[in-house]
Design a protein around this ligand. Structure first.
Ligand code: GDP
Ligand code: PGA
Ligand code: MN
Ligand code: MN
Length: 612
């Protein structure tokens, strides 16, 4: 890292240690330094030495605890403030010039008004702290048009996490040259330190704003250190801002895993899957198939950027460099490949429990130890009330450590997508798998996707809501325009368009007693095999009012110890349940006003007619 002198005397002239000649970047850094008045400015180079300096400092500050290097090399345990544990959707804003461009699914504030409000919050907010300049690139730096960003933050936890989650540092800054465009991403925990005041382990502010200015491609985040609110390359840039770029430029920025699926015959299929937060993307992306002969390799676990290639196919890139995964439920039985990834070290664990011998533990990892330090920092035993780990506790780890990483991950062209899965967490109604009849029907399935809320966002858990394409909290513009953009993809590639087939999955259907009807995890390979069969034209399907489903016997259940009656229940399309679903869909579509594409209204009418 290189350190500038104090901004009070440095901000108005050219400080000596600015490792770039990028005038736009320099001007912005100085402007923000004048506003936020940090004690010093550090330009991050992404080096090993910088990582050690950052993490040593975080350990000294009590933000991180070093785990036992014999068990978890170069890995750390973090506990947040108990109020700063998830994305804050009510405090997330799309500040488009025209409120109509934010649409019914986003909070909107006029951009100048939001900037006025936040400028006052930012004024002096880095007093007593360091402002880090974090140059990063979403996707490979050797892409034809690399997607740069720079985050200015006063949180060393954010810098360390950004080093895991993005390509970051001196090589990115060099690639930016002196005039590359970049997304300006400003972040502060909102906790200035007066001289002599003691810091806390997790500084944050009760006032939180996660604001996006889509026209100017800017992000202003204030008050939270939690990953989804503070690692601005992820949700803020790669989904909210990038979805607007995609609208303007004819591509898609989606909340999707990307996997490479290879059949026993060696046929390769690339599958993308959009499931809401904490609904199974990371697990599916790293799946260990139980069906013999199949392999799954990982390209991405959360975000896909998809553009048409000259061949008319939709090519997907994972813009991220790390995994920011839900910890609870992750285990050798459910996601052995995540466990192997984490065993290599170089990871940050946030809001999980710590064992007495310097390891981590969370619910779902088998029998709990007799004593733990829980995510609050308190003693925890199996008799304690409540879980030891926060339900949205996370591991942050390099994707390149995944034993399942596909070689194509590094290819700036990405991979050509054969199938898109939409999926949610539904106890009832939605069958284990169904196939859309065509592209528009597929868009309808995505646009009406519903799921129970999870701990990934603050608010009530388990409430069914519409979550279009699993993008409800991430669409950076009007959802009706977003649906139209999806439908138009069919025309965009012209006659040569070879669009993916669309499927709808639900791993979470339950029986009367609350048991999962489908075992999930590695057994989901059986569903993937059917999907691959549909792509090949070899697997049978039967028409139902909601789409094509596997007939009895079409799913390979050999060696599965689940009751076949449960599998049948998981696959069932119940017309009564679906009729009960219709008013909710109509209500949801009504919120789009005249921006609802007519073909989606037609799809709803057709579904109603098929169910009558
Ligand atoms: P993501 O946030 O969409 O990436 O979801 P994850 O893959 O991290 O999974 C979120 C939670 O759902 C974790 O607790 C997982 O153990 C659990 N989960 C993932 N896949 C399945 C599945 O196929 N069946 C069941 N029952 N649970 C699953
Ligand atoms: P997830 O990512 O989708 O893996 O939960 C974080 C989030 O969406 O908040
Ligand atoms: Mn996500
Ligand atoms: Mn995930």
């Amino acid at each position: 890292m290189s350190i500038s002198t104090t901004p009070t005397d440095a901000a108005d002239r050219v400080p000596e240690h600015e490792p770039t000649a990028h005038r736009g970047l320099l001007a912005w850094v100085r402007e923000i330094a004048r506003l936020t008045t940090p004690d010093r400015i550090v330009w991050c180079d992404g080096s090993e030495a910088e990582w050690h300096e950052l993490t040593d400092g975080l350990v000294a500050a009590g933000t991180l605890v070093r785990l036992d290097p014999a068990k978890r090399p170069n890995s750390f345990w973090a506990r947040t403030d108990p109020t700063d544990v998830a994305r804050v959707e009510e405090r997330t804003f799309i500040c488009s010039a025209d409120p109509a461009d934010a649409g019914p699914t986003n909070n909107w504030v006029e951009p100048a008004e939001m900037k006025l409000t936040m400028t006052e919050l930012y004024r002096g907010c880095m007093t007593g702290r360091t402002m880090y300049v974090v140059p990063f690139c979403m996707g490979p730096v050797d892409a034809r048009a690399p997607m740069f960003g720079v985050e200015l933050t006063d949180s060393p936890y954010v810098v360390a996490s950004m080093r895991i989650m993005t390509r970051m540092g001196a090589s990115v800054l060099a690639a930016m040259g002196d005039d590359a465009p970049f997304v300006r991403a400003l972040h502060s925990v909102g906790a200035p330190l007066e001289p002599g005041a003691a810091d806390v382990a997790w500084p944050c502010n009760d006032t939180k704003f996660i604001s996006h200015f889509p026209e100017t491609r800017e992000i202003w985040s204030y008050g939270s250190g939690y990953g989804g609110n503070s690692l601005l390359g992820k949700k803020c840039y790669a989904l909210r801002i990038a979805s607007v770029m995609g609208r303007d430029e004819g591509w898609l920025a989606e909340h999707m895993l990307i996997m490479k699926l290879t059949s026993p015959q060696g046929v390769v299929r690339y599958v993308a899957g959009a499931f809401p937060s904490a609904c199974g993307k990371t697990n599916l992306a790293m799946l260990e198939p139980t069906l013999p002969g199949w392999t799954v390799e990982t390209v991405g676990d959360d975000i896909a950027w998809m553009r048409f290639g000259d061949d008319g196919r939709l090519w997907a890139v994972n813009p991220e460099y790390g995994l920011f995964g839900v910890a609870p439920g992750t285990d050798h039985r459910t996601n052995p490949n995540a466990m192997k990834t984490l065993a290599k070290g170089n990871s940050i664990f946030t809001n999980v429990a710590r064992t007495d011998d310097g390891d981590v533990w969370w619910e779902g990892m088998g029998e709990p130890p007799a004593h733990l330090t829980d995510w609050h920092g308190d003693d925890w035993t199996p008799d304690s009330d409540g879980p030891s780990s926060h339900p949205n506790s996370r591991f942050c780890t390099p994707i390149t450590q995944a034993p399942t990483l596909a070689a194509e991950y590094h290819d700036p062209r990405g991979v050509p997508i054969d199938a898109i899965l939409f999926g949610g967490r539904r106890r009832t109604t939605v069958p284990l798998v169904s196939e859309a009849r065509d592209w528009v029907h597929g868009v309808f399935l995505g646009a009406t996707l519903s799921s129970e809320t999870t701990a990934a966002a603050t608010g009530k858990v388990g409430v069914v809501r519409r979550d279009p394409m699993a993008m409800l909290p991430f669409i950076g513009y009007h959802a009706g325009d977003y649906f139209a953009h999806w439908i138009d993809m069919e025309k965009r590639a012209g006659d040569a368009a070879k669009l993916p087939k669309v499927f709808y999955v639900n791993w979470f259907r339950r029986g009367d007693d609350g048991r999962f009807l489908w075992p999930g995890f590695g057994e989901n390979s059986r569903v993937l095999a059917w999907i691959a069969g549909r792509l090949d034209g070899t697997a049978p399907a039967v028409e139902t009012p909601v789409g094509m489903v596997p007939p009895p016997g079409a799913l390979d259940l050999s060696g599965l110890d689940t009751d076949p009656a449960d599998v049948e229940l998981a696959l069932r399309v119940d017309a009564d349940e679906w009729r009960a679903e219709l008013p909710g869909i109509a209500e949801w579509f009504a919120t789009m006003g005249d921006k609802l594409p007519a073909v989606l209204a037609t799809e709803l009418d057709a579904l109603r007619a098929r169910l009558a």
